[in-house]
Write a protein that binds this ligand. Structure first.
Ligand code: ADP
Ligand code: MG
Length: 304
């Protein structure tokens, strides 16, 4: 089941939160929706789920225009809103029963609710009031309510924000497991999240999509980025020699024998540095490559 966004613009008064946004999430894909605060992620997700209307443009879920308010289409979508609003006075099981009754008369069976409680790891907390749960468990309740009607499409708005590192890993695993065979759009501003669970990356900045890439392509963009190497020789080297190595664009002496080398191109510069050392009777005491990461690609693409 796919999500197709076509030329969506959203105005809040005079302010343009989304500017002619188009993309598609194909059946079974897990797509990361990445961007800084205020980029328009939550706005886009509210429009996809039919919570707010677009100013112009359309969203199709499973081929049906979401603005048609078709109940069958809305049932295909599970939504975890930003800040995960819940009813603190309700008990976990009671709340999930209540949510499921919104989707079909009588709600889910006891077994279906048991299953979702088990899948989301809520079994030890199921008899508690939501308000008394830790942030991590509340997030599980949020995921449970998004999954309770077994939707084919999951829209998750910053599902791991505010969690501690252990909880983040658990929630990510949960999304990956529960999300098998589902179409997922997941917003985040954390790069590691993308690495951990997504196939494709959509980057939005100031209401405009600035990149739409498979994760593997992002890795190759990263490879084309600058390589930065810190290298220490046993004695003085000279900068004109280092600059003469092919693909080296810049050299900087940090201390007597410690150099920072900047190189371009996909080819790893390190073998050439070793050859240079051997040919010039230098010994390499240490060599360290600064890892470029998605964070840098993001800054590069958003001009930040
Ligand atoms: P993100 O989720 O990427 O942080 P949002 O979609 O929440 O971004 O916000 C996009 C822009 O729209 C921001 O500049 C934000 O201040 C503005 N905005 C969001 N919701 C409203 C609203 N209800 N009324 C007015 N402006 C809003
Ligand atoms: Mg947001």
């Amino acid at each position: 089941m796919s999500v197709v966004v076509q030329g969506v613009t959203k105005m809040y008064g005079e302010q343009k939160a989304l500017d002619d946004v188009s993309f598609e999430v194909k059946t079974g894909e897990i797509v990361a929706f990445l961007g800084p605060n205020g980029a328009g992620k939550s706005t886009m997700m509210k429009i996809i789920t039919g919570f707010i209307p677009a100013t112009s443009g359309s969203v199709f879920v499973n081929g049906t225009d979401i603005s048609a308010e078709d109940p069958e289409t809305k049932k295909c979508i599970g939504y975890l809103p930003e800040n995960n609003p819940l009813y603190p006075e309700m008990y976990v099981r009671e709340y999930l029963g209540f949510v499921s009754s919104l989707y079909k008369p009588g709600g889910s069976s006891r077994k279906q609710i048991d299953d979702i409680i088990r899948i989301t790891g809520l079994t030890p907390e199921q008899k508690k009031k939501i308000g008394s749960l830790s942030k991590g468990y509340r997030q599980r309740v949020g995921l449970a309510q998004a999954l309770i009607h077994n939707p084919d499409v999951l829209i998750l708005d910053e599902p791991t924000s505010g969690l501690d590192p252990n909880q983040i890993v658990e929630i990510r695993n949960l999304i990956r497991d529960a999300g098998r065979n589902k179409t997922i759009l997941l917003s985040t501003h954390i790069m590691q999240e993308v690495e951990a669970i997504c196939d494709r990356i959509l980057i939005i900045d100031k209401g405009v999509i600035v990149a739409d890439e498979l994760k593997s392509n992002i890795h190759s963009i990263m490879k084309r980025q600058k390589q930065i190497i810190l290298i220490e020789f046993d004695k003085q080297a000279d900068d004109s020699g280092l600059m003469g190595i092919s693909n080296v664009k810049n050299v900087h002496r940090i201390k007597d024998t410690l150099w920072k080398i900047e190189a371009e191109g996909e080819e790893d510069i390190r073998p050439a540095l070793f050859n240079y050392a051997v040919n010039n009777n230098l010994k390499v005491l240490s060599l360290q490559k600064e890892e470029s990461n998605l964070e840098e690609v993001f800054r590069h693409l958003t001009g930040g």
